[in-house]
Design a protein around this ligand. Structure first.
Ligand code: MG
Length: 302
């Protein structure tokens, strides 16, 4: 199998936003530089949200202004509303990712808007972004289940994906925000979504809350997806989703892909080293399995 899968490292955003340790800007920049050095080419670095609700993201305007421009490297910022979009544009971020939610209750709690209102807000943002030739993608959070409403109909998610595809967005991401999906859910949802989005690239975002993250990533690849979110060390969560834990770990995904013969352009050794380094600023061990267990075959001690 020769193939390429793009890993988007979401550690500096999703990874850090629910940590009790607040990292300063210099430490965040060092984290991002380590990821670039490891070969990561798309990094989610910011969420332009109310700093009172997410203090870990309070410094993102300055953070983005201090990012090094590097050839081939794209930085992504999340926006949840109009104000966030204006801040994102002002910051000069490379790629904008609008977020909505598949369930009404979670949408109200996470975004403070109904699903229909979010669609109208995103349609307006996408329109402006397109006029400015700005990359704009959309994430549908809680695509596989909602912490308040439970099961989410895959047909509902497919309809939403179709609406965003019709807007001509640059990418559509399906997020298992609370880590409830199993691989057959992933296959079933993608079977419905793929025909709805035409040539628009699909991206998937899994949390390893119930230990199904790597299996779900595999199912997504089998279904044709070639862009996968992961976070170095497997850190992460969602401040507004009860019980949500870490993103699927970049090194755990890389281990699987390397052994499958799939290219990513990323050094697993450097990601493990970055995860180990990150334990310092976070003051806690990272949850990634591969960072704990080590690589295989083992490298002989010098
Ligand atoms: Mg997430």
């Amino acid at each position: 199998m020769t193939d390429f899968v793009e890993i988007v490292d979401v550690g500096p955003r999703d990874g850090l936003q629910s940590q009790s340790a607040l990292l300063d800007i210099d430490t965040k920049l060092e984290f991002i530089e380590c990821l670039i050095d490891a070969g990561v080419r798309r990094i989610e670095v910011a969420s332009f949200v109310n700093p009172k609700r997410v203090p870990q993201m309070a410094d993102v305007d300055e953070l983005v202004s201090r990012l090094q421009k590097r050839k081939g490297v794209q930085y992504i910022g999340l926006v949840l509303n109009r104000r966030g979009f204006d801040r994102a544009v002002q910051s000069g971020i490379d790629q904008i990712n609008c977020t909505t939610v598949a369930s009404e209750t979670f949408c109200q709690r996470n975004q403070g808007s109904s699903v229909d209102d979010m669609f109208r807000i995103i349609a307006e943002i996408v329109n402006e972004a397109q006029s400015a030739k700005q990359f704009v993608g959309v994430t549908i959070a809680a695509s596989f289940g909602c912490p308040f409403e439970g099961e989410i109909s895959p047909h509902r998610v497919a309809r939403m994906a179709r609406q965003f595809a019709d807007l001509g967005v640059d990418e559509i991401a399906l997020a298992d925000t609370i880590g409830v999906a199993v691989p057959t859910d992933v296959g079933r949802l993608l079977d419905l979504v793929v025909p709805e989005v035409g040539k628009i690239p699909l991206r998937v975002h899994f949390h390893n809350t119930r230990s199904t993250g790597v299996a779900n990533a595999f199912a997504a690849i089998q279904a044709g997806v070639r862009i996968i979110d992961a976070s170095c060390g497997g850190v992460g969560g969602c401040p507004f989703a009860p019980g949500a834990t870490g993103n699927v770990a970049t090194e755990d995904i890389l281990y699987m892909l390397e052994r499958m013969g799939v290219e990513t352009g990323i050094s697993i050794e450097k990601i493990i080293a970055t995860a180990k380094w990150l334990e310092g600023p976070l003051g806690a061990p990272v949850p990634a399995m591969v960072s704990r267990a080590g690589l295989f075959p083992p490298v002989a001690a010098a």
